[in-house]
Design a protein around this ligand. Sequence first.
Ligand SMILES: [Zn+2]
Length: 137
Amino acid sequence: MRKKCNCGEMMTMKLRTVIYSGKVEIDNVPIFSCQSCSRSEVIPEVKPDLTGLIAGLGSEPGKQTFLFNECNEWADLLVEAKVNKVRPETQDVEELITHRINALLDMYLLAQSLNDETWLADLKKRLGQLSRRQLHT
Ligand SMILES: [Zn+2]
C-alpha cells in the first residue's frame, strides 16, 4: 500500500480530515502523503466515493461532519488497521483486506439465504469498493 511520489520518495498512507467548502468536515479520508515534499493525494480507490459524497452535498452545503469510513470500505479498513496498530505499508494490511473480503462474502451468503435485498445491495457495494484496487504498481 505505497506509492512513489513525483519527487522520488515513497509516499505513506494516512487518514486525514478533508474540509469541503469551508463547512463540511469529512473525517477518515485515506490519503497518500510524502514526508519529503509534503505532497498529498486521495488514494485512487476511494476517489469515486469521495467525489460522489461531495457531489451529493449540492452547491451550498451547510455545516456538517461525515465519517468517510461509514460509507467506504477502504477507509473503514484503514481505521481498523489504525485501531489495531497495523501500519498500512506492511503485509499485515493485506491480511486485513483478505479477512474483510471473506467476512463480507460470508454475510453475502447469509443475506442471500434470507432474501434480504437491501442487505445484499449494501454488501455488493462494499465488495465492489474493495475490489477496486490498483495498489500493486
Ligand atoms: Zn514527494
